[in-house]
Design a protein around this ligand. Structure first.
Ligand SMILES: *Cc1c(COP(=O)(O)O)cnc(C)c1O
Length: 222
């Protein structure tokens, strides 16, 4: 196993130019590969599974910014709360409350993104528009001071139909713009996490600020 150094250099240059944050998705990949990317200057890494993240975090450089991009269960928030940099997949009030609670216990403010369900055909996690509105409104009226809503995250349909993917990204970008200055977040939303290996180019055209790329950098997963 080896990382694709060429692809990394090309992508990181492109994203730096466009002011897009590249999160290298390292799930199922060995710590050696993560270290190789670290040595090329990469600092943001994304993981989907709590146990795997904990193991890797304990072994790897402490200045890595760990993004949790999987579906997070309420009872597991406490394990990643001490160090996680950004939680991408927040899709309920309940999980937001738990993140706030664990943030408080760890004496930190934990940044997160609300996940919006944008893939029309598939059942993927995420809120619909109404739930997003409700969540932001409830957040505004709460006193959750140890969690910060930084922006939105979404996953497009897994399809070769790029018009459909573009449509879904446009929809998410519109929601992002609509809520950008929403006072509920207590500060303007600044992060829009959309785009993966297969669709990052479209996401970039549609105004993403953060892409999550795995297989292009680390090779295909089993
Ligand atoms: C695995 C995963 C990615 C990366 O997917 P690639 O197609 O390998 O780039 C991005 N986002 C989420 C939420 C993932 O689970």
């Amino acid at each position: 196993m080896a990382i694709n150094e060429q692809a990394y250099k090309k992508l990181s240059e492109e994203f730096t130019q466009k002011n897009i944050t590249l999160v290298a998705v390292s799930k199922t990949k060995p710590v050696e590969d993560i270290l190789s990317l670290c040595h090329l200057g990469q600092r943001d890494f994304g993981e989907n599974y709590v146990q795997e993240l904990l193991e890797k975090q304990s072994l790897l450089p402490k200045d890595i910014r760990w993004h949790f991009i999987g579906h997070l269960q309420t009872n597991k928030v406490k394990y990643i709360a001490p160090f996680v940099y950004l939680i991408h997949g927040v899709d309920s009030q309940k999980i937001l409350h738990e993140i706030n609670k664990q943030g408080s216990k760890n004496n930190r403010i934990i940044d997160c993104l609300l996940q919006v369900h944008i893939a029309k055909e598939e059942t993927k996690f995420g809120m619909n528009e109404e739930e997003l509105d409700d969540t932001l409104r409830e957040f505004e009226n709460s006193n959750m001071t140890n969690v910060r809503i930084k922006g939105l995250m979404g996953m497009a349909s897994f399809t070769g139909d790029m018009d459909k993917v573009r449509c879904e990204f446009k929809y998410l970008k519109n929601l992002f713009d609509k809520h950008r200055l929403f006072p509920a977040a207590r500060h303007p939303l600044s992060v829009l996490s959309m785009g993966m290996s297969a669709d990052y180019a479209i996401a970039s055209e549609e105004g993403t600020t953060m892409v999550r790329i795995g297989s292009l950098l680390f090779g295909a997963r089993e």
